[in-house]
Design a protein around this ligand. Structure first.
Ligand code: SF4
Length: 371
C-alpha cells in the first residue's frame, strides 16, 4: 500500500486540492522525479539558512558548508538575507518564540499530513510562517498559498494550546529574484479553509476520487504527459472554431495567447515522455530516437596542450568573465562596490508578456521597425 504520509504533502497541496485524483494517477507513472541539480542546490541553501539562523539565535549548530557541492557567494548572501529577514520579523514581536525547521502535523485535516516549516514565529496573538525559496524560475506568492497555509495549520495545532493566536502571516523570501511576499489571514479564515477546502480535497485525493482539473499545477504532476484531462484542455485550443472569417480577430488572438504557454508546456511534456519511452525500447509508428547534434571535443587535453606548445603556439585564451559569473565570484555587495558603475543593461528585445507581469509596458514608436 502506498505511503499516505508521502502522498499529501504541503508542497504539492495546490495540485491535489485543485485536482484530487492526480495523486493516485501520478503513482501509476513511477516514483517522484530523480533529484535535480536545482533540488540539491536548494537543499544546501536551506541547510545554510538553518545553520545561520541557529547560530544567530545562539544555538549549537554544525557548519554544513564543508559538505556542500554548490556553495558560493550568492548562496551565502541569500542565506544571510533570509536570516536577517527572519530576525527582523521576530524582533517585531515582544516575547515571541522562534522555531527553526519546525516539524508540523496537520493530520486532523489531511490523512497523514505533516511537513517541516523553515521557520515559525509565534507570540502576541500572531503566528508567522516563513518559507525560503532558492529557485528563480517562478516567482511564488504568499497570497492564499496552500503550502504555507498547511504549515500554518500545523503550527496552529501545536501552538494554539499555549498562545492565543488571532492573526496568521505567511511570508515567502525568494532572494534570487528579489521576491519578498507577505500575506495575512485570520485564524477563523485559516480554520474555515482547512475544514471546507483542504479536508474535503484530501479525503478525495487519499482515495483517488474527485474531478480532474488542469492548470499551472500540472507542472509537477507525474501524469502530466499522458493525462487525458490536460490533453483535452489543450486540444480545445487546437479545435478552436477558426471557420469565419478567413483571418483571426484581435479578441481571438487574445484568447489563444492566454492559453499558449500551457499549450507549449504540454507539447514539450508529450515530446519528453515519447523520447523517454523510445529510449526504453518502445517503437513508435512514426517517430524514433536519434542522436542530437553535438560539438567536437578534445579526447586528451594534456596531449593537446603539449602538441600545440611544441608547435610554438599558445593553446590558452584569456577571457573576461560574464557579468553574472563575475557577480557570483565577488558576491552582490562587492560586485556593486567594485563594478556597479561599469555595468549597464542594454535594452532587451521586445517580448510579449501577460499584463500581470511587473515590468513596465514599453513606450512604442509606431514607426520603429522591429521586424
Ligand atoms: S496532469 Fe493536471 S489534470 Fe492531469 S492529473 Fe495531473 S494535475 Fe490533474
Amino acid at each position: 500500500m502506498p505511503d499516505v504520509h508521502a502522498r499529501l504533502s504541503p508542497s504539492s497541496s495546490e495540485r491535489w486540492i485543485r485536482c484530487p485524483p492526480s495523486i493516485k494517477l501520478g503513482e501509476e507513472y513511477g516514483p517522484p522525479d530523480e533529484s535535480s541539480v536545482y533540488a540539491e542546490e536548494g537543499t544546501e541553501a536551506h541547510s545554510l539558512c538553518e545553520f545561520l539562523l541557529r547560530q544567530a539565535m545562539g544555538e549549537e549548530a554544525g557548519d554544513p558548508r564543508p559538505e556542500f557541492k554548490y556553495y558560493d557567494q550568492e548562496m551565502q548572501e541569500c542565506a544571510e538575507g533570509y536570516r536577517d529577514t527572519v530576525l527582523e520579523l521576530y524582533e517585531q514581536i515582544e516575547g515571541a518564540a522562534l522555531c527553526i525547521e519546525q516539524r508540523i502535523d496537520f493530520s486532523r485535516f489531511v490523512p497523514g499530513g505533516f511537513g517541516t516549516s523553515d521557520c515559525v514565529i509565534v507570540g502576541d496573538g500572531k503566528l508567522i510562517v516563513v518559507d525560503f525559496k532558492y529557485g528563480k524560475g517562478v516567482s511564488v506568492s504568499a497570497e492564499d498559498n496552500s503550502q504555507l497555509k498547511c504549515y500554518a495549520l500545523g503550527a496552529y495545532e501545536i501552538f494554539s494550546a499555549l498562545y492565543e493566536i488571532e492573526e496568521i502571516t505567511l511570508v515567502i523570501y525568494q532572494p534570487r529574484i528579489s521576491n519578498y511576499s507577505k500575506w495575512s489571514l485570520t485564524r477563523e479564515d485559516l480554520l474555515s479553509w482547512a475544514e471546507n477546502t483542504l479536508a474535503p480535497a484530501a479525503a478525495l485525493a487519499a482515495r483517488g476520487a474527485g474531478e480532474f482539473s488542469s492548470g499551472p499545477w500540472c507542472r509537477f504532476c507525474r501524469a502530466k504527459a499522458v493525462c487525458r484531462k490536460r490533453a483535452e484542455e489543450n486540444l480545445k485550443l487546437a479545435q478552436y472554431d477558426f471557420a469565419r472569417p478567413d483571418t483571426l480577430e484581435e479578441d481571438e488572438i487574445n484568447l489563444i495567447l492566454s492559453k499558449i504557454d500551457d499549450l507549449i508546456r504540454w507539447a514539450e511534456d508529450i515530446k519528453g515522455y515519447a523520447l523517454k519511452k523510445a529510449l526504453s525500447g518502445y517503437v513508435w509508428d512514426d517517430w524514433k530516437a536519434v542522436e542530437g547534434r553535438s560539438n567536437r571535443i578534445f579526447t586528451d587535453e594534456e596531449k593537446v596542450i603539449k602538441a600545440v606548445e611544441a608547435a610554438g603556439y599558445d593553446p590558452f585564451e584569456v577571457r573576461l568573465r560574464s557579468v553574472s559569473s563575475m557577480e557570483k565570484l565577488l558576491g552582490k555587495k562587492t560586485f556593486q562596490e567594485l563594478l556597479g558603475d561599469l555595468v549597464k543593461r542594454p535594452p532587451g528585445s521586445p517580448a510579449l508578456v501577460s499584463r500581470s507581469d511587473k515590468r513596465p509596458e514599453m513606450q512604442v514608436d509606431p514607426l520603429a521597425d522591429f521586424s
